[in-house]
Design a protein. Structure first.
Length: 127
């Protein structure tokens, strides 16, 4: 197994409970997942659950076609970095870090820092 495939395995391990919990777990699933840090919203919950479940499906495909699915990892790096810049950093800067779910923030930070090292950049930008 390559490092690239390990990135997909990590996604799968994280996204099975997270994606399906958000998509199928209702308000209780969201509360358990984020420990009550974020207000319940059926619309946002199903959008996130759908996105994360789609990433889960793409990660399963990525186990068998790792290079061709590598833009999926780049998408994750970009959206996680945007969330950090738009949500986490402002809360840290304003002394409201208690509003951040640090489990998610820590996993996002790890992926933001690790995935660029395993993404086959020539495969991402291949024509």
């Amino acid at each position: 197994m390559t490092l690239l495939q390990l990135a997909y395995v990590l996604n799968i391990i994280i996204l099975v409970p997270v994606g399906l919990g958000m998509l199928l777990g209702g308000a209780e699933g969201q509360r358990r997942l984020f420990q009550g840090k974020y207000p319940e919203s059926a619309g946002i919950r199903t959008i996130l659950g759908s996105l994360w479940t789609a990433l889960l499906v793409g990660s399963v495909v990525g186990l068998f076609h790792p290079v061709s699915m590598s833009p999926l990892l780049l998408t994750q790096v970009v959206y996680k970095a945007l969330w950090w810049l738009a949500f986490v950093v402002p809360r840290i800067a304003s002394g409201r870090s208690g509003e951040v779910h640090w489990g998610s923030a820590g996993i996002f930070l790890f992926m933001m820092l690790a995935y660029p090292w395993v993404i086959p950049w020539s495969g991402v930008f291949a024509g």
